[in-house]
Design a protein around this ligand. Structure first.
Ligand code: DGT
Ligand code: CA
Ligand code: CA
Length: 588
């Protein structure tokens, strides 16, 4: 039987096709069609198989009759014959060169034909030697830029985003738990600690018959390749995600969880403390000499070395062990503390779900409030709203409020407003006054000097309508470096003004990151944990924000969206001239 074909598999086939066609110098529109199809498949939240079953493939942006048929074929057979034929003898390793920023089809062709560059490794060698130096189009500057692109690519591709890996890993664990031979299955490693990127997934299982259980796990349809399988350990691939599965004995399960959750530095420190007590801690248990003192539960390990269980997100040896020994572990914010969402998009700007859909989903999640914060006009590609379209959105929101008068969910009219290069906001004050929630963000001109950027954000914080600075450093993990500014000054100004700094839960952002969020909270600043959702499904990104907040030692009290509606409402309106709700009439 054909194992399950994922959206990403099909997106890759189309992406490959666009690259093959461009290398061959084929028709630009065909190339674009495949490129667009790959992109729009990657943006889907629903399974292509489900969409196909409902005969709705052609409703996807960029998918016509021809591509819909190709998707059907891929879903049935796992590949597309026409694409394989077209790809023919072109090695995948050559196509990988398209991943490198600054390399297009012409340069790749040239590298291939003249310098026999067929892979990233070849490229690295070519860039290191001076072979290219004499060729046209390869000046010193270009070569330096390519070296940098290659390095960036390598760094980001050795690790994978938590937000993409965690749901896949959880799917696998859920499946494994259903196997009759499995008694327990849990995720460990950096994934359990909630690190923003992970090297591989670590998974522990307990079974009365480990060798057979591991064989069965290796044959699950989620598994795309088995790299190794033995009596106590299997190494598997879920697409490009590597999974280390280890079978452990029931009486060692807690010790193994402690060991394989890491981090290495945390464990080393714990073992040093154990030695001071004359104990030995390893993945099998806690021992005095040969006498085993415990290890079935993870808490055993911590108890025996004299401290309470330390939450996995803190286990980085950043002071958590000292805190635990003193009985001073922080109270950490939990997903269940979150009462609402202050950063979400609708189809008014670049979201994929309508306002109504977003609102219904937020209500189903049990939220007390949601702000729909579509973009301001400077974000043209994201369909930022001008006054006219903002008025239309306000009308629709008023209608929704009336229809849902009995719901406990408060609908807030928001906007994610660009902070322009000089620090002014992208809406004038009279428009800002229409809004219940203003989140301000840097979306362009990232390369300003540290001083310019600091002044720019300080000015935005000064604006009395601003409630939150969204994704303050504007980084995209592996793609865009954080912007530079005087973080301490921003934190202190935000604190003074009562402006929250965001922890954006989008897997590509996670911004503020754990260390910055921790120093903001330690300085007494307010934080907002947000999903930055562009669809109903993405409202769940909030959990990745919560994980970062926990890694940042953050307590619920400093997170504005753990507050009750009454408290939040007071905070939102504290700085501004008008009262909340008045805005509606003014805009009418
Ligand atoms: P990753 O996969 O790079 O994102 O990071 P981790 O922390 O998941 O590291 P990984 O997968 O190499 O190993 C999982 C955990 O197992 C790690 O956090 C600590 C533990 N561990 C693995 N190898 C060693 C080791 O040689 N010494 C010690 N003390 N612990 C180890
Ligand atoms: Ca790992
Ligand atoms: Ca591992």
């Amino acid at each position: 039987m054909q194992s399950k074909v994922h959206n990403e598999d099909i997106a890759r086939i189309f992406e490959k096709m666009s690259r093959v066609l461009s290398l061959k110098g084929k028709n630009r529109f065909r190339i674009l069609a495949y490129e667009n199809a790959a992109r729009s498949i990657r943006e889907l939240d629903e399974d292509l198989a489900e969409i196909a079953a409902q005969q709705k493939l052609e409703e996807i942006a960029g998918i016509g009759k021809d591509l819909a048929e190709k998707i059907q074929e891929a879903l049935r057979t796992g590949n597309i014959r026409a694409c394989e034929r077209e790809g023919g003898k072109i090695p995948d390793s050559l196509l990988m060169l398209f991943e490198i920023r600054g390399l297009g089809p012409k340069t790749i062709s040239l590298l291939h034909k003249k310098f026999h560059v067929d892979s990233l490794d070849d490229l690295e060698h070519a860039l290191a030697s001076d072979a290219l130096g004499h060729a046209r189009g390869f000046g010193a500057k270009k070569i330096a830029a390519l070296r940098e692109s290659l390095e960036a690519w390598t760094a980001s591709h050795q690790r994978m985003l938590l937000g993409l890996a965690l749901p896949r890993a959880e799917e696998l664990v859920a499946r494994i738990r259903k196997l009759p031979l499995i008694e327990r299955a849990e995720l460990a490693g950096s994934l359990r600690r909630g690190r923003e990127t992970i090297g591989d997934v670590d998974l522990l299982v307990v079974s009365g018959d480990s060798p057979t259980a591991l064989e069965e796990i290796s044959r699950l349809p989620e598994v795309s390749r088995v790299l190794a399988v033995g009596p106590t350990r299997a190494t598997l691939l879920l697409d490009s995600i590597q999974v280390d599965v280890r079978a452990v004995a029931s009486e060692s399960f807690g010790a193994a969880m402690q060991y394989f959750t890491g981090s290495k530095k945390h464990n080393t420190h714990i073992r040093a403390i154990a030695r001071q007590h004359g104990l030995k801690v390893n993945e099998y248990g806690v021992f005095r000499g040969t006498k085993r003192l415990g290890g079935a539960a993870e808490a055993d390990v911590y108890r025996l070395v004299g401290m309470p269980l330390i939450p996995p997100e803190l286990r980085e040896d950043r002071g958590e062990i000292e805190a635990a020994l003193k009985g001073k572990l922080p109270e950490l914010v939990q997903l269940s503390d979150i009462r609402g969402e202050l950063h979400a998009h609708s189809t008014y700007s670049d979201g994929h779900s309508s306002m109504l859909e977003m609102v219904e989903c937020a209500a189903a999640m049990g939220y007390e409030y949601i702000a729909l914060t579509d973009h301001s006009p400077s974000q043209r590609i994201a369909h930022g709203l001008d006054r006219v379209r903002l008025r239309k959105k306000i009308k629709e929101m008023e209608k929704l409020r009336k229809e849902r008068a009995n719901s406990r969910l408060h609908l807030l009219l928001g906007a994610e407003v660009d902070i322009l290069p000089d620090g002014r906001l992208d809406y004038p004050d009279d428009v800002l006054a229409w809004l219940d929630v203003v989140i301000a963000a840097v979306h362009a001109n990232f390369n300003q000097s540290r001083k310019q950027m600091t002044d720019r954000i300080l000015r935005a914080i000064d604006c009395p309508y601003v409630n939150v600075i969204a994704h303050p450093t504007a980084r995209l993990i592996g793609k865009r470096e954080p912007v530079e500014f005087d973080f301490d000054r921003i934190v202190s100004a935000a604190k003074q003004a009562g402006v929250a700094l965001e922890i954006d839960g989008s897997p590509w952002r996670l911004d503020l990151n754990d260390t910055l969020a921790r120093s903001a909270a330690e300085a007494g600043g307010l934080l907002s944990i947000a999903a930055d959702a562009h669809s109903t499904a993405q409202l769940a990104y909030l959990r990745f924000g919560v994980l970062q907040a926990r890694r940042a030692w953050i307590a619920p009290a400093s997170v504005v969206n753990t507050w009750s509606w009454e408290t939040l409402h007071k905070w939102l309106t504290a700085r501004r001239p008008q009262r909340l709700g008045r805005s509606m009439k003014a805009a009418g």
